[in-house]
Design a protein around this ligand. Sequence first.
Ligand code: PMT
Length: 222
Amino acid sequence: SRSSDLVGLDIVITAGPTQEAIDPVRYISNHSSGKMGFAIARAFAQRGANVTLISGPVNLPTPSKVNRINVLSAQQMWQIALESAVKNHIFIACAAVADYRVADIAEQKIKKSTNEMQLTLVKNPDIVSDVGHLTENRPFTVGFAAETQQVEQYAQDKLLRKKLDMICANDVSNGQVFGAEQNALKLFWQNGSEQLPETSKQQLAQQLVNKIVERYHAKEHE
Ligand code: PMT
């Protein structure tokens, strides 16, 4: 039945934003609400898959039968994600991970002083790229690309550069994707693409799950 056709399939999903501390009271983050990633987790779990959801700080209830692990920073998410990736069949990176973190987190609250101040940022590890480049126990790897311009081109660049099996191009130029109830995606894989038109994130997640499962089985039988 539909409620159990994915029993035995192990899925790990990252979702939400990360928080990069500046000092004990401040951080750098973004507008991801976690809705898209949580919808994917729910859609897989509804079909009997074993789902691990690695979530940044969001205000969402955990979907039924999903194993949720909360993290704050990109480095924390990287550690849990790499440990989990090698134990799962499919890895899906829906999180909006901060590309940079503060070089030296202040131990005390930074006091207001000069008119200008500078923060030095250093690059965070790229979680989905590190999973894509695994040489042992590499899962089927799906990334997202949130872009405001040249969406399809940048998404296809990321598919290759991060060594992914599939990428979900997400046009966020209208300012109505982060936190919204609806979304649209264009999927790309090595020899194909498919448009998933705008609908609720829950419906979109169900269609995405169908496509991921199809491509996962197609790759297994290559
Ligand atoms: O959470 P919502 O409010 O529902 O919004 C959904 C969403 C817009 C966040 C989601 O649909 C989405 O597009 N997620 C990816 C956001 C993103 O950061 O995209 P990116 O193009 O910057 O990153 C490309 C890919 O690399 C993504 O799979 C990202 O998870 C991954 N990445 C990026 C940087 C990093 N250090 N590690 C990563 O794994």
